[in-house]
Design a protein around this ligand. Structure first.
Ligand code: NAD
Ligand code: UDP
Length: 319
């Protein structure tokens, strides 16, 4: 296949490029580096099956030659307003990547009769009233809340994707990604995994927002990318949750990080940092991924976090 991947210089996009190239496909990466970085793709320069275009997906997209698949992963993704990459600090860019970027990439898929895959998110469920979250749950989202620039852009993106499927018969798919971590997350991304690992490696107390009783379910990047690839090569049109169903409170997660890094500094509570709409509980129901794709995650939290710690050590120049 000849595949266009938007957001290719980001955490997930660059890992996707690697998997598709390893599977023998040709990859065209596209990114404007708003939260990604060229170092994530440096190892691919010179690969004759890889090419890259610096381009903002909210502007008209032209790719010469026939494409077999389009994967739309370009969007800021961190909710943390303390990070320069946080989507609340990039509100218009986030809405444009989700709305105009989805429109443009769907247009490319339509013109090429290509398979289309949208990177959606567990955030479409908002601060969920149902637990765990199944794909049939419609969500609990504040349309004007702090997180709305991201959540509503992704909900619009899902609606537009289904419209192109129903009206134009584009072969679309939607992956609802739950908290994923691993190598190539930016150290300054602001999400809980990079924040905690960076703090632990610097022998600082981990900053827990709120009371730490809120939960997340953390998926290692290799598991996620395998599931996404299975969805890409399927012809499933309805949304599929991909994530790890092992649920952990942020307090428990902090203990894991401190134990694996031998960090004696413990934790510090920053209650006021917990933003409005920060979901209280999040865990994917992955029955559909198991049934349709025969997919489930394999990597344990300890193994995945150790790999990520080693990556962050090298990024931060720590032995
Ligand atoms: P990331 O910030 O590392 O990667 C996003 C990439 O998109 C960056 O390289 C950025 O420069 C690029 N980008 C943003 N706007 C762009 C634009 N207008 N034009 C071109 N490129 C643009 O984040 P990530 O974690 O790799 O997220 C990738 C995708 O997966 C996003 O769509 C995100 O919403 C989705 N997602 C990720 C997670 C997760 O846990 N990592 C969870 C749910 C959904
Ligand atoms: N969080 C935290 N300390 C941090 C960063 C995040 O306690 O330094 C919390 C955050 O409030 C949320 C959870 O960790 O409840 C997961 O946050 P993340 O930014 O990874 O993304 P989210 O899952 O909220 O989209």
């Amino acid at each position: 296949m000849r595949v266009l991947i938007t957001g290719a210089a980001g955490f997930l996009g660059s890992n996707l490029c690697d998997l598709l190239l390893a599977e023998g496909h040709e990859v065209i990466g596209m990114d404007n580096f708003i939260t990604g970085k060229k170092e994530n793709l440096a190892h691919l320069m010179g690969n004759e099956r890889f090419s890259f275009f610096r381009h903002d997906v909210s502007k008209y997209i032209f790719v010469a030659g026939k494409l077999d698949a389009v994967m739309h992963f370009a969007s800021p993704a961190s909710p943390n307003p303390n990070s320069p990459f946080g989507y609340t600090n990039l509100p218009i860019q986030t809405m444009k990547a989700g709305a105009l970027g989805t429109h443009n990439t769907l247009g490319v898929a339509l013109a090429n009769k290509a398979r289309y895959l949208l990177a959606s998110t567990s955030e479409v469920y908002g601060d969920p009233l149902e637990h765990p979250q199944t794909e049939s749950y419609w969500g609990h989202v504040n349309p004007i809340g702090e997180r709305s620039v991201y959540d509503e852009a992704k909900r619009f993106a899902e609606a537009l994707t289904m419209a192109y499927h129903r009206f134009h018969d584009v072969n679309t798919g939607i992956v609802r990604i739950f908290n994923t971590y691993g190598p190539r997350m930016h150290v300054d991304d602001g999400r809980v995994v990079p924040n905690f690992i960076k703090q632990a490696l610097k022998k600082e107390a981990l900053t827990i927002y709120g009371d730490g009783e809120q939960t997340r379910s953390f998926c290692y990047v290799d598991d996620l990318i395998n599931g996404i690839y299975k969805l890409l090569i399927s012809d499933e049109h309805m949304p599929v949750n991909i994530g790890n169903p092992v649920e952990t409170s942020i307090n428990e997660f902090a203990d894991v990080i401190n134990a694996l890094t031998n960090n004696p500094e413990g934790t510090v509570y920053e209650k006021e940092q917990r933003g409005e709409g920060d979901p209280q509980r999040r865990r994917p129901d992955i029955t559909r991924a198991k049934d349709i794709l025969n997919w489930s995650p394999n990597v344990s939290l300890d193994d995945g976090i150790m790999n990520t710690i080693n990556y962050f050590k090298s990024e931060l120049g720590i032995q």
